[in-house]
Design a protein around this ligand. Structure first.
Ligand code: KIV
Length: 272
């Protein structure tokens, strides 16, 4: 049974800021299609992230870099058709906002107009400040994303924990304060030390949503296929698997194959 609080008719960016002020933790999961989004929304999850992790889990790419704006819009529109309560945040994919603020605004407008999503998420700090400001000036809510930013994987070289050293940690704190100051409504912090994440959450008034960032933050996000155990080759320490669907689905499908071969399916009640 869901223990989620459901008193919000529709979660908005303001709801999230209020939740932080009231000490209520924020739940966020990814979804990329209609059927999954219906389940996520019905379970009372506050925010659905149409993440560019669709590039990995839906399309099988090694990184998030290949997914296009058109593909993100396709995934986001499917989610928008399903969700009645959750706030829907859509990732701006790699290459659609880094070159200049005008391009960033054009990309964000396409997401909002063509998918019906409620907000966009961008990876990075001061290097994309002008793009974020431009999008915000157009009335589009922006969620930031700091720490491990998978669109920059080739710069980092690995998916290991970020900001362990003092200099990078200080840069991250400065970036978080800057994102709050320009008007972002929330920030995702990915794979950084729990102590630093807590420090960031305490130093800004907008919600900090963590993935691999400990429990001193204002909310948590996971990739839905990971927490359901549909992916099984990914074992980061931060991941809690609530089901083992890879095994359960494989067993169900193997049973189906065997039933078909044995002419056990369909039986008399399963035909016309
Ligand atoms: O794309 C994604 O799924 C994300 C989460 C990991 C935060 O950005």
């Amino acid at each position: 049974m869901s223990t989620a609080k459901k008193e919000y008719k529709r979660v908005t960016v303001k709801t999230l800021v209020d939740m932080k002020a009231n000490g209520e933790k924020i739940s966020m999961l990814t979804a990329y299609d209609y059927t999954m989004a219906k389940i996520v929304d019905g379970a009372g999850v506050d925010v659905i992230l149409v993440g560019d992790s669709a590039s990995n889990v839906m399309a099988g790419h090694e990184t998030t870099l290949p997914i296009t704006l058109d593909q993100m819009i396709y995934h986001a529109s499917s989610v928008v058709r399903a969700a009645e309560r959750a706030l829907i945040v859509v990732d701006l994919p790699f290459g659609t906002y880094q070159s200049d603020p005008k391009e960033a605004l054009r990309s964000a407008i396409r997401i909002m107009k063509e998918s019906g999503g409620h907000a966009v998420k961008l990876e990075g700090g001061k290097e994309i400040k002008e793009s974020i400001k431009r999008i915000l000036h157009a009335g589009i809510p922006v969620m930031g994303h700091l720490g491990l930013t998978p669109q920059s994987i080739y710069k980092f070289g690995t998916y290991t924990v970020r900001a362990k050293e003092e200099e990078e940690a200080q840069r991250l704190i400065d970036d978080a304060k800057m994102l709050e100051k320009v008007g972002c409504f929330a920030i995702v912090l990915e794979k950084i030390p729990a102590k630093l994440a807590k420090q960031v959450a305490e130093s800004v008034s907008i919600p900090i949503i963590g993935i691999g960032a400990g429990n001193g933050v204002d909310g948590q996000v996971l990739v839905v296929h990971d927490m359901l155990g549909m992916t099984h080759e990914f074992h980061p320490r931060f991941l809690r698997r609530y089901l083992n669907l890879y095994e359960d689905m494989t067993n169900a499908m193997a049973q189906y194959v065997s039933d078909v071969k044995a002419v056990d399916f369909p039986n008399e009640n399963e035909q016309y």
